[in-house]
Design a protein around this ligand. Structure first.
Ligand code: A2P
Length: 334
């Protein structure tokens, strides 16, 4: 990327700031970096490698001379501006859900399907954060012994709802502890000391919310396997920035926890945290601020006497591997 001019759309957002952080911490050698956000933020300053950059308002001509554009400003902005960026000659890595379901657009987790990058026609979609967290540790198992059925329950952090939801968690918690009233602004329900079904719309035909439907569809697309049966329950929990997932999966043939552990021990992007004696397993606190998916509680699913099913618990930083880091890894591969 040495000669690449990079733009970040949504640079002031929760993921946008992490884009900047990842480019900095990974020492990605860029020619230039342009920070774009709404008119509200234009003129604000952010530092990148000790240099002060000024946030610019996103406009149709913002992409002149840009080689790679990292988008995280919501689906509407992506739908409107990603085609404009591509027309101006940029390759877009888009963190929104706008293009993920489009069969012509690669949906990429570098550890799983980097080969799909060669098919892009200007836009690459970054998968849903709960999907990335689930699939990075499941992929090595799937390759060794195909997963036929997957059931997940998620424990999703505030960061998935953007900077405003992170602030709502902090402010409502502070108000709760101070015994003060707090009127929720971003989500419908009280967030402090509470949890609730994921704040996306419910499909009235199936009862699944939009987040659950995304994980189900994206699993099939990323694994390139329509035969996997997936069910998901997605829940928002009062954690700031790391998602956890409890999963049970059934493979084609019998499989042992030891085999799964051996596969995960050599899997890129996965770190085993599975200390039975000390009851120490993946936690959002340990997952936050680092790039691996932590995997543990790897055990036999006792409800399946065939020996083909395993249960495990994983956690990953939603803003890093679940969003910005995955996108920056894609940009590096480009
Ligand atoms: P701004 O801070 O100027 O509103 P998050 O995902 O944390 O909610 O962040 C959303 C990001 O998308 C922010 O950087 C926000 O910028 C940006 N954004 C929202 N609306 C627009 C818009 N109309 N044009 C450009 N950027 C936008």
């Amino acid at each position: 990327m040495k000669n690449k001019n990079v733009a970040i759309v949504g640079a002031t957002g929760a993921v946008g700031r992490e884009f900047v952080g990842c480019l900095e911490s990974r020492g990605v050698p860029l020619a230039s970096l342009k920070l774009l956000a709404s008119a509200r933020s234009a003129g604000q300053k952010q530092t990148f490698r000790g240099q002060e950059l000024t946030i610019e308002e996103l406009k149709e001509d913002s992409f002149n001379g840009v080689d790679i554009a990292l988008f995280s400003a919501g689906s509407g902005i992506s739908r409107q501006y990603a085609p404009i960026a591509v027309k101006a000659g940029a390759v877009v890595v888009d963190n929104s859900s706008a293009f993920r379901a489009d069969p012509a657009i690669p949906l990429v987790v570098p550890e799983i399907n980097a080969h799909r990058l060669k098919d892009h026609k200007g836009i690459i979609a970054n998968p849903n954060c709960a999907a990335i967290t689930t699939l990075v540790p499941l992929w090595p198992v799937h390759q060794a012994n195909p997963v036929r059925r997957l059931i997940i329950s998620t424990y999703q952090a505030a960061s998935g709802g953007g900077a405003a939801l992170m602030e709502e968690l902090e402010q409502s918690t502070r108000a709760y502890l101070d015994g003060k009233p707090y009127e929720p602004k971003v989500v419908k329900h009280p967030y402090a000391f509470n949890l609730f079904s994921h704040n996306t719309a419910i499909d009235m035909a199936t009862g699944y919310n939009d987040e659950e439907s995304k994980v189900i569809k994206e699993t099939k697309k990323i694994f390139e396997d329509d035969k996997i049966a997936v069910s998901a329950t997605c829940v928002r929990v009062p954690v700031l920035r790391a998602h956890s997932v409890s999963m049970t999966f059934e493979c084609e043939r019998p499989i042992t926890p030891q085999e799964v552990k051996a596969l995960l021990a050599k899997a890129p992007g996965v770190r085993i945290v599975d200390d039975w004696a000390n009851n120490y397993f993946p936690m959002p606190k340990d997952a936050s601020g680092q790039g691996d998916v932590l995997a543990g509680r790897i055990r036999k699913d006792l409800s399946d006497p065939s020996g083909k099913s395993i249960s495990m618990f994983v956690a990953a930083d939603q803003l890093l591997k679940g969003a910005a880091l995955n996108a920056v890894q894609i940009a590096e591969l480009l």
